[in-house]
Design a protein around this ligand. Structure first.
Ligand code: HSE
Length: 305
């Protein structure tokens, strides 16, 4: 086999309180990644629908960097053309750069019969993330690879647990970031009171998934003392918006991954209403792209014909 075509889901990382350890795959939308092996010994990248100037230099592209890290570590000399067919907005906290990295390592594992374990694929893919946010976090790449809800249980070595995810209704307001990453502004000194609550909310997220209780899930994702204060502050009207969306009946509201997209957990009955409201609230934000009505999903990267 010389080539493979892969579909990659968008993912919502952190899922409220689970900074760098939680992420969940979403049903809409996805990008397509095509890999073609060749004899050049060179990794090359093409991006179709490249309206956002996604870099095609290997070291600046998450997919290219992940492939390079994999080849370096396994002493592989191999030419490969990576074609990224963009359908989803990048740089908006929807995990698309991580998903591209996961797809490339998943595809190369298959094409070159490398027999990598899921944790090894995640480990190489996360090294690609450095090209995007400067940090090798594993949450997005793991959810993209495995689908469902993931818990990064350990970073050294990488150990990821996957949970089957009930299909909870989600509304996303897609907004791009005004700066490359806000990670550098996050403070980890949250104090013992907030630390207790943060841990309790993380536990509640897992419990809500096991109970398949979207209301409890929404309540649990609503609180985060680590990333939300910084990312929320970078989104105009964020706290007002959160208040309005919860008042309209959503169960929870938070920032998706590194932002600036935000997501609401709601019931199927009020998903349309919440979507309209979020559009109304954010439509004048200069970084606003669209509102997407979707659900949490159990589908990860997969080969398509
Ligand atoms: N956990 C990462 C962060 C996800 O919060 O920076 C980035 O999408």
């Amino acid at each position: 086999m010389k080539e493979i075509t892969i579909q990659t889901p968008i993912t919502c990382a952190n899922v409220g309180p689970g900074y760098d350890i939680f992420a969940v795959s979403l049903a809409e939308n996805s990008d397509i990644i095509k890999l073609k092996l060749n004899d050049s010994g060179i990794i090359s990248i093409k991006v179709r629908n490249n309206f956002q100037n996604i870099p095609t230099k290997v070291s600046d592209n998450t997919a290219g960097l992940a492939a390079r890290e994999l080849f370096k570590s396994k002493n592989i000399v191999q030419g490969v053309e990576i074609e990224i067919i963009k359908k989803v907005t990048s740089g908006a906290g929807l995990g698309t750069t991580g998903a591209s990295a996961s797809a490339v390592v998943f595809g190369l594992n298959k094409l070159l019969n490398l027999n990598l374990s899921e944790n090894e694929i995640i480990d190489f893919a996360r090294r690609g993330e450095v090209a995007s946010g400067g940090s090798p976090h594993a949450d997005n790449v793991a959810a993209a690879l495995l689908g469902g809800f993931v818990l990064v249980r350990n970073y050294q070595p990488i150990e990821v647990m996957k949970m089957k995810m009930p299909e909870f209704p989600i509304v996303l307001a897609v907004m791009t970031k005004s700066q490359r990453t806000t990670r550098g502004f996050i403070s980890y000194d949250i104090g013992v009171e907030k630390l207790r609550l943060q841990m309790a909310h993380c536990a509640s997220v897992i419990h809500a998934i096991h109970l398949q209780d979207e209301k409890l899930f929404g309540k649990a994702i609503n609180t985060d003392f680590i990333a939300e204060p910084v990312r929320g502050a970078a989104i105009s009207e964020y706290w007002e918006a959160k208040k309005k969306v919860l008042k309209a009946g959503a169960f929870g509201f938070n920032v998706s991954g590194g932002g600036s997209s935000v997501f609401a957990v709601c019931s199927e009955q009020n998903r349309d209403e919440i979507a309209e409201l979020m559009k109304e609230i954010f439509k004048n934000n200069p970084h606003f792209v669209d509102v997407i009505k979707t659900t949490t999903s159990n589908t990860g990267v997969r080969e398509i014909i």
